[in-house]
Design a protein around this ligand. Structure first.
Ligand code: GLA
Length: 437
């Protein structure tokens, strides 16, 4: 190996690229649609084909929403008794899964399936524990491009990172052995700290119990207040609680392996417009997979407006950047808090994000000393061209200039449950000043 190669290898290793799951997928977080959040177990070939068509007719595929994922309950009552291979419900899928995936592929999309690293799936269908090889082989024959792999009925095979790792690594190996690139989306709800062991075996890993289509309601079924030492992931985790969960583990995400904050609820009706904007914005800047979970055949203009904000999607899909970091969180006395987040993008561009989870409008000064704390004094002191990514410019493109700003963004009025997402690019004069130093 030449010096150059050694150097670039070291560089890639420093970025975490070499250590990531090496199937070449999820270079940026995966995007698509999944049946579960809206349809639950009530799915059929028609549900999935209609959604695929709607993704195309609404131009969502052009924005990157390419994976169409069939979640739980596609299964027949039992596996094939002779071969042990998985079988789909013949009533819901009269033409079989291969035919369905062919149709999805013919539309230019990719097809995903669901199983569990357990005896049963969470919906009580047959699971893949002990059947990893035949299942992976069958999925590959069916033309599957993506596996969401759950954690229910795992027969007690969890409790340490090693035990969880080994159970999920079995499927990772089986998928790789098929020779077909299959994106591996681990779904063990953050149990045993997957951010520590999943990057080498999976393309993404869920970090928490299931999302609830609600802004911040505390529900005992999602009992943990943080996920690092969480002993029961549960479900009914409100959206803003998942943002809290994600804050410390951003450092573990990298190209090829992402923290999965769970599928989107935008459009499912449990949150206000501002709350869904917050949901979509934070899933984007935290580099979560953006998997729509609404009925895409029937969307309001508001829903479409949110999920088609190309400036926000661009933050999620920016090559070479990691998740945003929380720079501070300040408790508000009426309840909730204010949060400042910052993210470095490629090409010396930055994102500053402000979130108000309190019940009232707040006035906030965003100080560049905080937003650019990681970058040091020069960055804290220089001027930036700042644009608001939830407003459109005169040509109708997302991102409206709010001016050239130095020191901080003062006197920001932020409504309850709202977030502000600004793009900040060093102003030309600052660049000169920096170059002259
Ligand atoms: C678990 C997962 C969900 C969904 C259901 C299906 O709860 O976390 O995302 O896949 O199972 O039963």
């Amino acid at each position: 190996m030449t010096m150059f190669n050694l150097k670039s290898l070291a560089y890639l290793a420093a970025l975490g690229v070499v250590a990531a799951h090496d199937n070449g997928l999820a270079i940026t977080p995966q995007m698509g649609w999944n049946t579960w959040n809206h349809f639950g177990c009530d799915i059929s070939e028609d549900t999935i084909l209609s959604a695929a068509k709607a993704l195309i007719s609404n131009n969502l595929t052009a924005l990157g929403y390419n994976y169409v994922v069939m979640d739980d309950c596609w299964h027949a009552a039992a596996r094939d008794s002779a071969t042990g291979a998985p079988v789909a419900d013949p009533e819901k899928f009269p033409n079989g899964v291969k035919d369905l995936s062919d149709k999805i592929h013919d539309m230019g999309l990719k097809f995903g399936i669901y199983s569990s690293a357990g005896k049963y799936t969470c919906g009580g269908r047959f699971g893949s524990l002990g059947f990893e090889e035949i299942d992976a082989k069958t999925y590959a024959e069916w033309g599957v491009d993506y596996l969401k792999y759950d954690n229910c009925f795992n027969e007690g095979l969890s409790g340490t990172p090693q035990i969880s790792h080994d159970r999920f690594a079995n499927m990772s190996r089986a998928l790789n052995a098929t020779g077909r690139p299959i994106l591996y989306s681990m779904c063990n709800w953050g149990e045993d700290g997957p951010w520590n062991f999943a990057p080498t075996i999976a393309n993404s890993w869920r970090i928490s119990g299931d999302i609830l289509d609600n802004f911040d309601r505390f529900d005992e079924r999602c009992p943990c207040t943080d996920i690092i030492d969480c002993k029961l992931a549960g479900f009914h985790c409100a959206m803003a609680r998942i943002i809290d969960f994600a804050a410390p583990v951003g450092q573990k995400a990298r190209s090829g392996g992402w923290n999965d904050l769970d599928m989107l609820e935008v459009g499912n009706g449990g949150m206000t417009f501002d709350e869904y904007v917050t949901h979509f914005s934070f899933w984007s800047i935290l580099k979560s997979p953006l998997i729509l979970g609404n009925d895409v055949t029937n969307m309001s203009n508001e829903t479409l407006e949110i999920i088609t904000n190309t400036a926000i999607i661009g933050l999620n899909q920016d090559l070479g950047s990691g998740p945003a970091n929380r720079m501070w969180k300040r408790t508000v006395k009426e309840g909730g808090d204010l949060q400042l987040w910052a993210m470095s993008l490629s090409n010396n561009r930055f994102v500053i994000a402000l979130l108000n989870t309190s019940p009232n409008q707040q006035t906030v000064d965003v100080d560049f000393a905080d937003a650019f704390f990681d970058q040091g004094k020069t960055y804290q002191q220089q001027a930036y061209q700042v644009s608001d990514l939830w407003q459109k410019d005169d040509s109708g493109n997302w991102g409206k200039s709010v001016g050239t700003i130095q020191g901080g963004i003062k006197n920001v009025q932020i409504a309850t449950h709202q977030s502000k997402i600004w793009l900040a690019i060093p102003a030309p004069s600052s660049k000169r000043a920096y170059a002259e130093l």
